[in-house]
Write a new protein. Structure first.
Length: 184
């Protein structure tokens, strides 16, 4: 019998001073049985960093031809494709061909350093691509915030991200390894 995803609910208040975006979101996250709390919370953090009324979680790990987080235009074009971990070059190339902007969030520092060193020379032609790495301690702090029902606040200012609830606060300084050409 196949294991089912665990459903998490998050009330997320975003105050993004860098973009001038302030909004509340009621989110439902399905954590795949093979997914850790840390990875799920990285997805939530990426949602907060790119928050928009059309940004949505997709089918996740089960859909190879979709990102895990995406924003589509009203006409159905993929405006933003957001993936996690260390995708292969073929997936990155496909994403850059289908979306206006592509972001990859890495969250395992040693593995991410090795992956990026190997793939960086081949990424030069992908102008739509942004790569963000998160510190291991910050990711552990995010995982500690995971609950089935969460009420989180997130503030973003000068590239710094703070996220937390009444139990604690995690301050994150993402390492921007690469920006899409439109943001350079």
């Amino acid at each position: 019998m196949a294991l089912k995803a665990t459903v998490f609910k998050a009330e997320l208040q975003v105050a993004d001073m860098d973009r001038g975006h302030y909004a509340d979101y009621a989110l439902t996250l399905a954590r795949h049985p093979s997914e850790t709390d840390a990875r799920m919370m990285v997805r939530l953090l990426a949602f907060a960093r790119h928050a928009d009324e059309r940004l949505a979680f997709s089918k996740g790990l089960c859909a190879e031809d979709e990102p895990e987080l995406w924003r589509c235009s009203l006409g159905g074009e993929i405006e933003q494709w957001i993936d996690f971990g260390q995708p292969d070059e073929k997936r990155i190339r496909r994403a850059c061909g289908r979306a206006g902007e592509v972001w990859i969030y890495t969250y395992q520092p040693r593995a991410a350093d090795i992956w990026y060193a190997q793939i960086e020379p081949r990424l030069a032609r992908h102008d739509k691509l942004g790569v963000v790495s998160l510190d291991g301690d910050a990711v552990d702090g995010l995982a500690a915030l995971a609950q089935r029902n969460m009420h989180l606040q997130c503030s973003i200012e000068d590239g710094q991200i703070g996220i937390g609830d009444d139990r604690g606060w995690v301050q994150i300084e993402p390492l921007i390894r690469r920006l899409p050409a439109t943001l350079r």
